[in-house]
Design a protein around this ligand. Structure first.
Ligand code: SF4
Ligand code: SF4
Ligand code: FES
Length: 235
């Protein structure tokens, strides 16, 4: 049985272990494809962000590379005009509820949205793009030590996935529907949750946009931002 497949991506021949997704094959070989809802090793990627589209010779229309297994002889195109237009459309949808206030955000300079915006040559906010906030509080503080900011959340599901894999008696999950979908913590009032989550940090660390943070770390960060602003004014 062959354990390697060889494929061509944007004219470049690459070999990857059989069973690798096209997205992982590209990322592992230095070919960047925007992605948000995929994590290495996910058995069933939700394919919800629609950013990782590629075209494959012999397939009709663009397909999500995170759900597509690399096959020997496959010819993939990651940068056609159609792919880029669809990625830009998906990106604009994702940021339509985003506050775009990067300066005060804890994820500033390490946020995946900033990276994708730069890659697609798109601004995070434009005057033409309407900001549509979700009909939910700006900050949710149901968890004893983690805060959630729904208007930053791109609903990628990474936090839900990593929390599920921790196998704790409480869990992260999605609530509400459609545009007002948010992440919620179930069972977070149980004893020991604060200590367990402080030890774990998985959801906070995996969130690509800083929508989840520890309340004390966030407060400290905001105080530092304010202090910096004060210093700039005084100078
Ligand atoms: S810190 Fe870990 S256990 Fe706690 S909610 Fe996040 S992923 Fe789940
Ligand atoms: S909170 Fe972060 S990790 Fe969780 S769904 Fe929202 S953006 Fe993704
Ligand atoms: S990474 Fe493939 S659809 Fe989100």
């Amino acid at each position: 049985m062959r354990n390697k497949v060889t494929m061509t991506v944007d004219g470049l021949e690459i070999s990857v272990p059989a069973g690798t997704t096209v997205l992982d094959a590209c990322l592992d070989n230095g070919i960047y494809i925007p992605n948000l809802c995929h994590l290495d090793g996910m058995e069933h990627p939700p394919a919800s962000c629609r950013l990782c589209l590629v075209e494959v010779d012999g397939m009709r229309g663009p397909v999500t590379s995170c759900t597509l297994a690399a096959v020997d002889g496959m010819v993939v195109h990651t940068n056609t005009d159609e792919v880029r237009e669809l990625q830009k459309l998906a990106f604009r949808m994702l940021v339509s509820c985003n506050q775009g206030n990067c300066r005060v955000c804890m994820a500033n300079k390490r946020c995946d949205l900033q990276q994708i915006a730069k890659f697609l040559h798109l601004p995070l906010r434009t005057k033409q793009m309407r900001h549509i906030p979700k009909d939910v509080p700006e900050v949710l503080t149901d968890h004893p030590c983690i805060v959630y900011e729904p208007n930053k959340c791109v609903l990628c599901g990474r936090c839900v996935y990593v929390c599920e894999r921790r196998g704790n008696p409480f869990s992260l999950s999605f609530a509400n529907r459609g545009f007002n979908t948010i992440v919620t913590f179930f069972g977070s009032e149980a004893e020991g949750v604060e200590d367990a989550c402080r030890d774990c940090r998985a959801c906070v660390d995996i969130c690509p946009v800083g929508a989840l943070s520890f309340a004390d770390e966030r407060e400290r960060h905001l105080r530092l931002v304010e202090a910096g602003k004060g210093r700039r004014k005084a100078g």
